[in-house]
Design a protein around this ligand. Structure first.
Ligand code: PLP
Length: 397
């Protein structure tokens, strides 16, 4: 392993990480992106069919087909395609019963969409901590926090400090690694809080044999361009409750009452449907998801082997009893190496391996800084230590 010369300000760990990444990916010929979409199957044929037939917009056979295919793939009884993952989360929270003035528990360690969806309803995000093993919400620390700030009043969980109802808990499967769903579902049930899964990153990830998104009452997927599969932009709602499935479809399609010519809407709905053009792309992508994940898992194995030789760095592996899609490969620097975090990112990006830190934690963003929160010191430690590495399936070839 290379070590820095005495006059070189680059810490040795940065050279070690660079060496491990180079061992897996070889020497780049131009910037290697973090996650690149791959269109190698029926994508062109299905999209062309939409254009040839004129069925590009809000109605068409591919929308029905992707909803059926997603239900089959995930094992959820109902799947509703949406314009994006954020829209899916918004509807999930409405259907979880979240109302203006409520609080919704969610990890501070997540992408902005999770918190924004709460705000769209006029509810308040209430941030909780994550665990180092999965990067997902820590069930034990969540329970301890609730014992400190909450009480059950009738059939509601109430924040004693703010008086607000804590209506829902959104958990997120970070970088495709399932969080500790059984423990989290137990805490949520005991505190009379509805469990919602932000499964935007975890298509093809399984918790104890069940596809993620099946444990909470309702879940959101994303098909943004950087996710495991893409529809250009898009998402889906998953649920095993037939009434929620029906209502999700209704709300995402302007709440229009079926009629041959009259436009009648029976509640405030949303234009959140996925266009047929995007659904066509998605149908072709979903056919290829198992193969893409197989290659992503191979790539992850190579990273794991390379980083096993690097002291001071932990390669994040799938949690016990889980299968991860390894959406984004992740290393965690030991606390003693946290000072080198920026330097490692600099060295990797300078060498054309696109790498990035965690999202800025939600409670550190200006619009969410005053929101209620638990002690989030574990997430703060992770923010100073996590680095995502290039993870496109083609890097395994
Ligand atoms: C990608 C993502 C979403 C949804 O994003 P869209 O771009 O709206 O599809 C939501 N939550 C998390 C954690 C995500 O990574």
């Amino acid at each position: 392993m290379a070590s820095a010369a005495p006059t070189d300000p680059t810490p040795a760990i940065a050279q070690d990480v660079l060496g491990a990444v180079r061992q897996v990916l070889g020497t780049p010929n131009g910037m290697i992106p973090l996650h690149e979409p791959e269109f190698a199957g029926n994508e062109w044929a299905y999209v062309k069919e939409c254009i040839d037939t004129g069925w590009v917009s809000s109605v068409g056979s591919y929308v029905n087909r992707i909803e059926g295919d997603l239900a089959d793939f995930t094992g959820a009884s109902h799947a509703v395609a949406t314009a994006n993952g954020t829209a899916a989360l918004h509807i999930c929270l409405l259907l979880a019963g979240v109302e203006p003035g409520d609080e919704v528990l969610l990890p501070t360690l997540t992408f902005i969409a999770t918190a924004n969806a709460v705000s769209y309803i006029g509810a308040t995000p209430h941030f909780v901590d994550s665990e180092t093993r999965t990067l997902g919400v820590d069930a034990e620390r969540l329970d301890a926090h609730l014992r400190e700030v909450a009480e059950i009043s009738g059939d509601r969980c109430v924040n004693r400090r703010t008086g607000a109802t804590i209506r829902a808990l959104v958990v997120m499967h970070a970088f495709g690694h399932p969080c500790d769903l059984d423990a989290l579902a137990e805490v949520a049930a005991r505190w009379k809080i509805v469990l919602v899964e932000d499964a935007a990153e975890s298509l093809g990830s399984y918790y104890k044999g069940r596809h993620t998104g099946n444990v909470g009452r309702i879940a959101a997927l994303s098909f943004n361009g950087n996710k495991v599969m893409t529809t250009g932009g898009g998402g889906a709602i998953l649920t095993n409750d037939p009434e929620l499935g029906r209502h999700a479809k209704h709300l995402t399609t302007t709440a229009r009452v079926p009629h041959r010519w009259n436009f009648i809407h029976d509640e405030v709905g949303y234009n959140y449907r996925l266009p047929n053009l995007n659904a066509a792309l998605g149908c072709a992508q979903l056919e290829r998801v198992p193969g893409m994940i197989e290659r992503k898992r191979k790539l992850a194995d190579r990273y794991a082997a390379a980083f096993a030789e690097v002291p001071g760095v932990r390669f994040l592996v799938e949690p016990a009893q889980c299968v991860s899609n390894y959406w984004l490969n992740t290393i965690v620097l030991d606390a003693a190496q946290a000072d080198a975090h920026e330097a490692v990112l600099g060295v990797l990006n300078d060498a054309d391996y696109m790498s990035r830190p965690l999202w800025t934690l939600m409670h550190r963003l200006p619009m969410y800084a005053a929101c209620p929160r638990a002690d989030v010191s574990v997430a703060e430690g992770l923010a100073a230590a996590v680095i995502n590495l290039p993870s496109s399936p083609k890097l395994a070839d």
